[in-house]
Design a binder for this molecule. Sequence first.
Ligand SMILES: C[S@@+](CC[C@H](N)C(=O)[O-])C[C@H]1O[C@@H](n2cnc3c(N)ncnc32)[C@H](O)[C@@H]1O
Length: 254
Amino acid sequence: MNPQEFDPADGWFAESVAAGYDSPGGANAPEVVTPVVDVLQDLASGGPVLEFAVGTGRIAAPLAARGLEVSGIELSRAMAARVASKPGGDRVEVTIGDMTTTRVAGQFSLVYLVFNTISNVTTQDGQVEVFCNAAAHLRPGGLFLVEVGVPSLRRLPPGQDTVPFEVAPGPDGGGYVGFDQYDVVTQQFTSNHVTVAPGGPGRFRRVPFRYAWPAEMDLMARIAGMRLKYRWADWDRSQFRAESTKHVSVWQKH
Ligand SMILES: C[S@@+](CC[C@H](N)C(=O)[O-])C[C@H]1O[C@@H](n2cnc3c(N)ncnc32)[C@H](O)[C@@H]1O
């Protein structure tokens, strides 16, 4: 098994990952994508939008297909290469770069960063830079939206550091095991994906992340000159509560 699969150019989303990213169902299912696009279209109020870490255009392409002007920044060439082939994707202006530092031309009504991707930036300084870079792309009054899971620390019994999120035995001895492993001192965690194919080689993918509580992100937003406007538990704009497993937060630039 290869535990890393990190590509120096494309990061954790090299060709081997990009090739399977758009498989039907899961995060690509219309019932998942449409509510996201609905909320983003509403928040954009007709203005230009910018997606940080645009990936293969899962969200950006359908947003552009609705007539919005959409730009994206993306680290992985392998992921970005797939944007244009989607309906609406040929209208998405993609810049290859790091969302902590890369600037694109224009002033945007909305910058958004979905699907837990703020956590791919593994230092606090880097995450602050993401907030500052978002604010630098916004017009006054513009909005920055982040969708990210709440760290599952309340599921950790004392003395343990691992939270399994899926155990799925397959036929003929194959299967899948997924677990997150937390370091509560450094706020680093790894997501671990072990896939065993019957009769074939196994695959162990171990991806590093940094978690931050919603309150820490509010402070990052303050540093970047933004204030919390909305915090929802999901894309249905339901109220964020103690039991919420994720949040969709929106900050407004002064
Ligand atoms: C989970 S995918 C999400 C893609 C897309 N936003 C979506 O919702 O389908 C994470 C993406 O973030 C990109 N990424 C990770 N760190 C990045 C960074 N610092 N700057 C730009 N893109 C980054 C990865 O290459 C990958 O395409």
